[in-house]
Design a protein around this ligand. Structure first.
Ligand SMILES: CC(C)(COP(=O)(O)OP(=O)(O)OC[C@H]1O[C@@H](n2cnc3c(N)ncnc32)[C@H](O)[C@@H]1OP(=O)(O)O)[C@@H](O)C(=O)NCCC(=O)NCCS
Length: 189
């Protein structure tokens, strides 16, 4: 549906449940999501049932599946949430599920495509995210996609036995449009 250089973003389907369960209950990934509680099939199915029906304007959220464009393989999910119509603003979230697929450029590309959706499809003005200070890989990927550090929420998270800071990053529509003006796309099908 929406294409980058390496990935395609498409609607989530109930058929994605098995592959999500296969990789997502994994501390290597989940430590970065500030959510280390195991996800049961029942809970994941309920989450997916809701996620497959989300409407960004009605529900204030939108979650898409990230697929490897070449292999057609499910890689994870990317979201816009806390969408505010009044402020034309959303929060961004992403997770590549299989650790073997980290650090291969998929996350940067999926972030770029979701920003394109935020600014070119939804018409938002700003997108922000919070990420753990220890998530240097994430911060580098977000920076490559155009996010800039906006601030620090000190000791906002308790992870791996210690409090640590959340880094806040953001990007404005005008900044994104310098690289991707109206009429341009991130990648081709
Ligand atoms: C965060 C995430 C989406 C990034 O996607 P990714 O595909 O792994 O990242 P990319 O390969 O696109 O880019 C990673 C960049 O970080 C760099 N990097 C990797 N480890 C790093 C480290 N410890 N310190 C600094 N930079 C690092 C890579 O070299 C690369 O930059 P480069 O292209 O300039 O060399 C992905 O790692 C992920 O889903 N992680 C687990 C869950 C998570 O963290 N979600 C986000 C929560 S806010």
């Amino acid at each position: 549906m929406y294409y980058g250089e390496l990935v395609r973003l498409r609607a989530l389907e109930m058929e994605d449940l098995d592959i999500i369960l296969k990789y997502f209950n994994n501390l290597e990934i989940r430590q970065y999501l500030n959510n280390q509680i195991p996800m049961s099939r029942n809970a994941e199915q309920q989450w997916l049932e809701r996620a497959t029906k989300l409407d960004p304007w009605r529900d204030g959220a939108m979650t898409l599946a990230i697929e490897d464009k070449k292999a057609g393989q499910f890689l994870g999910t990317v979201s816009l949430f806390n969408i505010s119509k009044q402020n034309k603003r959303a929060e961004f979230g992403i997770a590549i599920h299989n650790p073997e697929n980290l650090g291969k450029g998929f996350g940067t590309d999926a972030t770029l495509v979701m920003l394109w959706v935020a600014f070119h499809v939804l018409g938002l003005n700003s997108v922000y995210l919070v990420t753990l200070d220890m998530n240097k890989r994430g911060q580098r990927a977000y920076e490559k996609a155009g996010f800039r550090k906006a601030g620090v929420h000190r000791q906002g998270a308790f992870v791996n036995g210690a409090f640590q800071d959340f880094i806040v990053m953001d990007i404005l529509k005008d900044e994104f449009f310098k690289s991707y003006p109206a009429g341009t796309v991130v990648g081709e099908p």
